[in-house]
Write a protein that binds this ligand. Structure first.
Ligand SMILES: O=C(O)c1cccc(C(=O)CC[C@H]2O[C@@H](n3cnc4c(=O)[nH]cnc43)[C@H](O)[C@@H]2O)c1
Length: 252
């Protein structure tokens, strides 16, 4: 099965492809470039949900394009480079809400939540669904979440998608009050999930913790540790992702 992995920035993309020994080739798409590693196409789609959704939609619409030498080459799983994607993964670094998931640890989302999509009211935040339209959550395949968590040692829990990085204890508290149990926040998962859902492709989100959510302290971010954890995670998760069969989830 072919897997599309979408990160925000090139250093995150390169942290993922490092797990495979680097890209075998690069495939140009309108506005982006796929880095191809066997069954995995890895794309730096930009920061934030809008850029992530646009980049993911373009890549999915291209249907895992073949290029040059890969046109007739199959991956280790046997999937030709031009086979459509069977799974989309939003991946990168993220901020953690809880010390249970320390810097450098991993989180796999069991829910991908649009945390600030809705309306502010005198009585608090209303999700877009309470306004009568849209959706505010995607649920990745539960069996796949469990398998990736087991393979990588990741914690499983809700990951919030925000358009603004949280910078105060008050905002962190408000997000947790609105989304109890949230483990992390990042900026792309929901956008990637929207695009994947429209293409009928299952989605997963994997985050390596670079910082704690709360008062802004950029010097305390451990981006190098998180990127190294992301590389290790994809090294361990690759066989699970590539070999995943959606029927495992249909069967519970
Ligand atoms: O400055 C760098 O060297 C650098 C290297 C890699 C990544 C970055 C980013 O700034 C990535 C932005 C990306 O990270 C996610 N993220 C990380 N922590 C948080 C957070 O606390 N709240 C929300 N998002 C976070 C997010 O997905 C961004 O797109 C810099």
């Amino acid at each position: 099965m072919r897997v599309l992995v979408v990160t925000a920035v090139p250093v995150e993309r390169d942290a993922v492809t490092r797990a495979f020994g680097g890209p075998e080739e690069r495939v140009a798409l309108p506005g982006a470039e796929l880095h191809r590693c066997g069954a995995f196409d890895v794309l730096a789609g930009g920061a934030g949900p809008a850029a992530a959704a646009a980049a993911t939609a373009f890549a999915l619409a291209s249907g895992a394009p073949a290029s040059g030498a890969s046109a007739s080459r199959a991956s280790a799983s046997g999937a030709p480079a031009s086979a459509p994607y069977g799974l989309v993964v939003s991946a990168g670094i993220g901020g953690a809400f809880t010390p249970v998931t320390p810097l450098g640890s991993l989180i796999v989302a069991d829910g991908i939540v649009a945390a600030d999509l809705g309306a502010e009211t005198a009585d608090g935040f209303l999700p877009v669904t309470a306004l009568g339209f849209g959706r505010d959550r995607f649920t990745p395949p539960p069996a796949l979440v469990r398998a990736v968590a087991a393979a990588t040692g990741a914690a499983a829990g809700p990951v919030l998608t925000v358009s603004t990085v949280t910078g105060s204890a008050e905002r962190a508290g408000a997000l947790l009050a609105a989304h109890p149990g949230a483990l992390a926040e990042a900026m792309e998962g929901f956008g990637v999930a929207e695009a994947a859902a429209r293409a009928g492709v299952p989605v997963l989100e994997v985050r390596a913790v670079s910082n704690a959510v709360g008062p802004r302290d950029r010097d305390a971010w451990r981006i190098g540790d998180a990127l190294a954890a992301l590389t290790a995670a994809f090294g361990k998760a690759a066989p699970v992702l590539e070999g995943w069969n959606s029927h495992e989830d249909l069967e519970g």
